[in-house]
Design a protein around this ligand. Structure first.
Ligand SMILES: [Zn+2]
Length: 89
């Protein structure tokens, strides 16, 4: 990593990902970032179909589980998260 300032560090962090299965502790932190931070939450790729109510803070918001992210309203899943989301802020 080059030391070119905060934004470069943030971009570097955003490229690092963790993939499912997640640990229980990782799910706790993913939940924190998804529902209790200022980050835009991960959402379902099918949420524009009109079948995804806006609960939990957005339309089609994804739920973190040890098996990966799941949608409450369809079979959409996501198997990765930004690495920093799986750790304490
Ligand atoms: Zn969905």
């Amino acid at each position: 990593m080059t030391d070119t300032g905060k934004f470069a560090i943030d971009r570097e962090r955003a490229r690092d990902v963790v993939t499912a299965p997640f640990t229980a502790k990782q799910v706790e932190w993913l939940w924190h970032y998804q529902f209790h931070s200022r980050m835009h939450p991960f959402t379902c790729g099918n949420r524009s179909r009109g079948t995804h109510p806006g609960i939990g803070g957005d339309y089609g918001i994804l739920i973190p589980t040890v098996r990966g992210w799941v949608c409450m309203f369809c079979d959409y899943t996501q198997d990765w998260a930004h690495a920093f989301m799986a750790e304490p802020p």
